[in-house]
Ligand binder design. Structure first.
Ligand code: NAD
Length: 242
């Protein structure tokens, strides 16, 4: 049994997909939640029915992160307890066909955002001697065709996670990553059906994961049950990489 009473969380990319499910599950467990997102996703349901604060911010931009964290702290009335670095994009193409924007955008949104957001919360977490930072990597951190940019960004998250975990291990701060396999979200619907069928054949369980299956791992890592876990990369992938 986990008691999240009085805790608060920022979830980046919380307007849809995995982040939205994490935000809802956390809120349902009593955590106060702010989501950061870009674009035109309808967040009325999250705000009205779940009492989640929605803030538009480009997490690839450090000053926007600083502003969004300050706004969240004001909303919570205290500094951040839990940071879920979930925002991410793909711009898949073989490197020999990739344009500069394609790798800069992916590195900035997927990796630099994690550094930006972690930098914004880490000092106060150190003062408070409490903090949970959980970043969403991917099974494809290990390399995937057409994903040099994405694999580099996700492998970068894993290295960053381990270094930040080391720096803060004695201060009650846990820094971990989750590496999901293929999960049923818009990001995966964007893959063409023939390729997706081939991908499914490579998943030992023969199916895509659900956003809930990733959210439950995030909830576990955010909880006191995971207090002795830091610098870990937790696989949620249906057996795709063992
Ligand atoms: P999604 O496309 O459904 O949602 C992406 C979210 O990120 C949206 O809320 C969007 O507003 C937000 N976002 C994008 N760019 C942003 C920016 N610059 N600033 C702020 N917010 C931004 O994605 P998803 O499938 O739910 O993926 C979530 C995370 O999980 C990503 O990091 C992704 O790489 C990772 N992941 C997904 C899968 C999968 O199969 N879906 C597998 C492994 C890892």
């Amino acid at each position: 049994i986990v008691n999240f009473k009085g805790k608060n969380a920022i979830v980046t990319g919380g307007s849809k997909g995995i982040g939205k499910t994490i935000a809802i599950k956390m809120r349902e467990s009593g955590i106060k939640v702010a989501i950061l997102y870009i674009g035109n996703d309808d967040v009325t349901d999250l705000c009205k029915n779940y009492d989640i604060k929605a803030i538009k911010a480009n997490v690839a931009n450090y000053s926007e992160c600083q502003k969004a964290v300050a706004e969240s702290e004001e909303y919570f009335g205290e500094s951040i307890d839990i940071l879920i670095n979930n925002a991410g994009i793909t711009r898949d193409k073989m490197l020999h066909k990739q344009e500069e924007k394609g790798w800069l955008d992916v590195i900035n949104v997927n990796l630099i955002s994690v550094i930006n957001m972690s930098r914004c919360v880490i000092e106060k977490m150190r003062e408070k001697k409490y903090g949970k930072i959980i970043s969403i990597s991917s099974v494809n951190a290990n390399g995937a065709l057409g994903q040099t940019n994405y694999s580099a960004s996700k492998a970068g998250i894993e290295g960053f996670t381990k270094a930040l975990a080391l720096e803060n291990a004695k201060l009650g701060i846990n820094v971990n990553a989750i590496a999901p396999g293929y999960i049923n979200t818009d990001m995966v619907s964007a893959i063409d059906p023939t390729t997706l069928e081939k991908i499914k054949e490579k998943i030992p369980m023969g199916r895509l994961g659900t956003t809930e299956e990733v959210a439950f791992m995030a909830m576990f890592l955010a909880s006191s049950n995971a207090d002795f876990i830091t610098g870990a990369v937790m696989a949620v992938n249906g057996g795709m990489r063992m």
